[in-house]
Design a protein around this ligand. Structure first.
Ligand SMILES: Cc1ncc(COP(=O)(O)O)c(C=O)c1O
Length: 386
């Protein structure tokens, strides 16, 4: 048989390397300060690291239960009850996943059938659409307009159809740094209540919320949570994005379907990290309670340092991202501007249009402030020279 190389017909032909990897590579190449990809340049809590070492040494190195280790599911249940007034059942409603990414993929795969329509809000996180496409679903997008990025509920209603199966939302929102109010969840409920439409609520930044009213979770809305999958990530909360441990909370029937996918996607998440996270949740709850102050200080320092620049910073109510309008600085489109900024000014950022399927003709970039103060100061100094 002759040697022939085969090229599969791509199921995701339009997809290349993500902008996050591209910009991080460019930042490295040009020795730029990397405020593009969303990860901290500082380490997580010592206690958490010590507990991981402990559990590895103690021999907790075999498969965890498919749904997650019991102490972690119980700690998540208790935390959820304290924060959102709803205690999910640790056995039937909580599933520990390989980061939020796996929870999102498993939920979409479990719920979306060929031809189903899925509504999301653009700009949107980049993992949703490929998962919907692979499931045979069709994306329908409501575009949020800066600076407020508020949902236009009449535009949302206009997208609903008998084929609508799922709504995907994200609050606090990456990349706009805005948050949903309780009233948004009520509007969503009023719009979908009569139909069999599920809700996937990406709340990975639940503990990085600066809004006075705090984080509004889908889990706090009683009728909506009966049809919702809420997703969170320990990577964001404990500055450990590389651990890739997250979880989802959903009513038993929904969890059962998500678990059917999770079972054959990863089966189970690494055991010692789960046990360490359970210890951390129980022993140091102040860590996540104090996270808003921790990030608020960084946000305010960075905003203050940028006051002398020609960038116009947009309000930031949550996440560790800040949007900046550069229209006073350049006429370049946002992708070209970010390349120029990395190469010529030495600061890497993410162009906002990459989070949108349709045209998004604004001059906005996203800057990550999950960085040490010295990193933020150095980046601001360069940005002030623009
Ligand atoms: C909105 C949003 N959802 C999900 C994720 C993925 O989280 P994880 O790293 O836990 O998979 C991220 C990570 O940047 C994110 O910003």
């Amino acid at each position: 048989m002759s040697q022939t190389s085969l090229t599969p017909q791509s199921k995701l032909p339009a997809l290349g390397t993500t902008i996050f990897s591209q910009m991080s590579a460019l930042a490295q190449q040009h020795n730029a300060i990397n405020l593009s990809q969303g990860f901290p340049d500082f380490d997580g809590p010592d206690y958490l690291k010590a507990r991981l070492a402990h559990h590895v040494s103690a021999g907790a190195n075999q498969y965890a239960p498919m749904t997650g280790v019991q102490p972690l599911r119980e700690a998540i249940a208790a935390k959820t009850a304290a924060l959102y007034g709803h205690q999910p059942d640790s056995n039937s409603e909580i599933t520990v996943t390989a980061g939020a990414t796996e929870a999102l993929f498993a939920a979409i795969t479990a719920l979306v059938r060929p031809g189903d329509e899925v509504i999301c809000f653009d700009p949107s996180y980049d993992s949703y659409a490929p998962a919907v496409t692979l499931a045979g679903g069709i994306m329908r997008r409501v575009t949020l307009q800066p600076p407020g990025f508020h949902v236009d509920w009449s535009a949302f209603a206009a997208l609903l159809s008998p084929r609508t199966r799922l709504v995907i939302l994200n609050t606090p929102h990456n990349p706009s740094a805005t948050v949903w109010q309780k009233s948004d969840f009520e509007s969503l409920w009023q719009a979908i209540r009569g139909q069999e439409i599920y809700v996937l609520s990406d709340e990975v930044y639940e503990h990085i919320c600066f809004a006075e009213a705090g984080h509004a979770s889908v889990l706090a809305h009683a009728p909506l949570r009966e049809r919702a999958i809420a997703v969170s990530s320990f990577g964001k909360t404990y500055h450990m994005t590389g651990w890739k441990v997250g979880y989802c909370i959903a009513p038993p029937a929904l969890s059962a379907e998500v678990r059917k996918v999770h079972q054959y996607l990863t089966f189970a998440v690494n055991t010692p990290a789960q046990l360490a996270l359970a210890d951390m949740l129980n022993a140091e709850p102040e860590h996540y309670r104090e996270l808003p102050q921790f990030y608020r200080a960084r946000r305010d320092r960075f905003i203050q340092a940028l006051e002398k620049s020609r960038l116009k910073v947009l309000p930031c109510e949550g996440t560790y991202f800040l949007l900046a309008d550069y229209s006073a600085v350049s006429d370049l489109d946002d992708v070209a501007f970010c390349h120029w900024l990395t190469k010529e000014v030495g600061v890497a950022a993410i162009p906002l249009s990459v989070f949108c399927a349709g045209p998004f003709p604004y001059k906005l970039i996203r800057l990550c402030f999950a960085k040490q103060e010295a990193t933020l100061d150095a980046a601001a100094e360069r940005l002030c020279q623009l």
